[in-house]
Ligand binder design. Structure first.
Ligand code: 13P
Length: 256
């Protein structure tokens, strides 16, 4: 079967609401109708979600949809600073990144917390983009595949098959994020194939066939074509190259 490709841009902690407005306008304006079938997602910081929603609603022809970079699993209440899935839904978020290595490292997020986020999102009708990725040390020890498949099993613990349909996985080797270094496309594909096998174990072969797996880590217009050609890579989760409309749309074009 053919899976619909996907490019998701995460702006991380970049772009004020004012700067974000400009970038969303550029993206909506420059997006070409002749791109093929592809899901294009932007994940601005929380503070720019409303601006993105208003602009993309107004640009009715826009094919770009909105994602968030994180969520808290409780539905509401006294959780200062936290953002619920329902709040994201109300801002037209269709996707939400969870388990990013930066959240795991700087905010001490555990697999168990990532699993609770996955459940909260799917219950709210938002598709998780669930990240995994190994350190360079783990790769050099030959343990990349067992490490990332364990991460995915732990994060999906508690997610029933009925809720697993919309999940997107992202393989992001930590040593490739923001460094300009990447694994070879074949190395990345090997890990993505192992992730698909793991998903098959958990949810069956039909679900695994449909599962979209993104590669992330220094993807740019110069290296994207090689990743596109890989059978188990269905798109990209992009940081740095998503901050410039031309670069981001070059990635969209390559995968579409
Ligand atoms: P870069 O594209 O900047 O390497 O970031 C990748 C990433 O972390 C996406 O989540």
């Amino acid at each position: 079967m053919t899976r619909k490709p996907m490019i998701a841009g995460t702006w991380k902690m970049n772009m004020t609401a004012t700067e974000a407005t400009k970038l969303v306008q550029q993206l909506a304006y420059q997006y070409e109708d002749n791109y093929g079938e592809i899901d294009v997602v932007i994940c601005p910081p929380f503070t720019a979600l409303r601006s993105a929603q208003v602009i993309l609603d107004y640009e009715t022809k826009s094919k770009i949809c909105i994602g968030a970079q994180d969520v808290y699993w409780e539905p509401k209440g006294a959780f200062t600073g936290a953002i619920s899935a329902e709040m994201l839904k109300n801002l037209s978020c269709v996707y939400c990144i969870i388990g990013h290595s930066e959240r795991r490292e700087y905010f001490c997020e555990s697999d168990e917390q990532v699993a609770r986020k996955a459940v909260a999102l799917t219950e709210a009708g938002i598709a998780p983009i669930l990240c995994c990725g190994e350190t360079l040390e783990t790769r050099e020890a030959g343990e990349a595949i067992s490490f990332v498949t364990d991460q995915i099993r732990a994060a999906l613990d508690g997610l029933p098959a009925s809720q697993a349909g919309g999940i997107v996985l992202a393989y992001e080797p930590i040593w490739a994020i923001g460094t300009g270094r990447t694994p070879s496309p074949e190395q990345a594909d090997e890990v993505c194939a192992a992730l698909r096998d793991t998903f098959c174990d958990l949810y069956g072969s039909a679900a695994a066939e449909q599962l979209r797996i993104l590669y992330g880590g220094s993807m740019n217009p110069g290296n994207v074509e090689a990743f596109c050609a890989m059978p188990n890579i269905d798109g990209g989760l992009v940081g740095g190259a998503s901050l410039k409309a031309d670069d981001f749309l070059a990635l969209v074009k390559a995968f579409s």
